[in-house]
Design a protein around this ligand. Structure first.
Ligand code: CA
Ligand code: CA
Ligand code: CA
Length: 421
């Protein structure tokens, strides 16, 4: 019986294998179209491409605007020398010629599009650099600058805009936001450099469950990371946020700002240094804020008005935040100050850290140790992809981002046993 069972299993595996092969030898043929060799413009190449094709643009200057309306990969030869310049013609509202209409330099209107290796120069045009109105797209290794508006715009006002990955881009010198998410959920904004925009990264208008991780966000005019207008359950993790709002007279100029009914956002493992205000809050509630380092901000933490208290520590012994102006002692040398860091009666860090927080790779549940709980967290969603129900972006430690696989597991186990401090 046992042998027959085994051979049955083998037969099933063989049959599955043959079917697998059958499927594998009939892939849709994806072509690479080169610009300007095959078509003079990127838009012509897009219009003549089939779904799944790659459009490769050689170094050069291409004038926008482009619309990507099917699943394609756009690859620039080199982001320093492959430059998309916005078409600077101003569009007027047909009903009111005194009103300008914003335009997209690159408009993504399909799911699964990827764009990498371009400089997108807004040329001062009012509108957006790269606008995404689809899901599961990848915007990677681009530089977007000089837009009179937003560098990257996740526009979920009319469509579902979910599971997009915006990674390794430089977003600078834009007059609006480096990146704006509006009504966009479950996107991952990771490892970008965002500076000298008016706002750095701005989650607005019911943008929920987004992951903002490992970004360097510095010297933006007003706010580094804004969590605004009913934007809830976002994770702001492991970012370096410095020098924002320093020359602004705006009331909420700060490193991170939660405003207008934004609730239950996780703000963990960030370094907030030399901002006008490290963190500020206006009419919001219930954020979870710990293992951040607040270093030499002009004001460390400002509550303007609040619907309910924030949580400013993760209990003992995991601890709260590091505050460079904390004056308490640590008599028992457990790394945690013996007295609370108090902002007001309902905002107290009961367990302030004595030295700045050091992020730990592999610490998925952010408790300050890489241990079996983190391994279990990965195992429980192994194989999961961004946008799926069980998706947890905190678990996505290693490339390919957007999928939990063996490399995420290896990254975690490599750091097994490490602890703060
Ligand atoms: Ca102590
Ligand atoms: Ca852990
Ligand atoms: Ca991964």
């Amino acid at each position: 019986m046992w042998k027959r069972g085994v051979s049955g299993v083998i037969v099933v595996i063989l049959v599955l294998g043959i079917f697998g092969l059958t499927f594998e030898i009939q892939p849709a043929k994806a072509n690479t179209i080169t610009v300007p060799d095959d078509y003079a413009t990127i838009q012509e190449a897009i219009n003549n491409a089939n779904e799944g094709d790659t459009i490769y643009a050689r170094a050069g200057v291409y004038y926008g605007d482009f619309v990507v309306n099917q699943r394609l990969s756009l690859v620039g030869e080199n982001k320093e020398t492959t430059i998309i310049v916005s078409n600077s013609t101003v569009i007027h509202d047909p009903n009111d010629p005194t009103v300008f209409v914003g335009r997209d330099t690159v408009s993504i209107k399909a799911d699964g599009v990827s764009i990498s290796g371009f400089a997108v120069n807004g040329n001062g045009t009012y509108g957006w650099g790269i606008t995404i109105r689809g899901s599961n797209c990848v915007v990677k290794d681009n530089e977007v600058f000089g837009i009179d508006g937003e560098g990257i715009f996740l526009d979920g006002r009319a469509n579902n805009v979910e599971g997009n990955l915006v990674i390794n881009n430089t977003l600078r010198d834009n007059k609006g936001c480096g990146l704006l998410a509006w009504g966009a959920n479950k996107n991952c904004i990771r490892s970008n450099t965002v500076f000298e925009d008016y706002f750095g990264i701005y989650l607005y208008g019911e943008s929920n469950e987004n992951m903002i991780a490992h970004n360097d966000i510095h010297n933006n005019t007003d706010i580094g990371v804004g969590i605004i207008w009913h934007s809830n359950n976002n994770s702001i993790i492991d970012n370096n946020i410095s020098g924002n709002g320093q020359h602004s007279n705006e009331s909420y100029a700060s490193g991170i700002c939660s405003q207008t009914y934004s609730q239950s956002n996780h703000i963990i493992n960030n370094e907030l240094s030399s901002n006008k205000r490290g963190y500020c809050e206006y009419y919001s509630a219930g954020q979870i804020i710990y293992h951040n380092s607040f270093i030499n901000n002009s004001q460390q933490f400002v509550i303007d008005s609040q619907l309910r208290p924030n949580t400013l520590d993760n209990g003992y012994p995991s601890g709260g935040n590091y505050w460079s102006d904390y004056t308490g002692l640590d008599a028992n040398s457990d790394g945690i100050g013996d007295t609370s860091y108090t902002i007001d009666a309902s905002n107290q860090d009961r367990y302030p850290l004595m030295i700045p927080w050091k992020p730990l790779q592999g610490d998925i549940n952010y408790d300050g140790a890489v241990d079996i709980l983190d391994i279990v967290a990965i195992t429980s969603i192994y194989g999961c992809k961004a946008g799926e129900l069980k998706w947890n972006p905190q678990t996505d430690l290693a490339p390919p981002y957007g999928k939990i696989d063996i490399l995420d597991m290896v990254t975690c186990t490599t750091h097994y046993g490490q602890k703060y401090p």
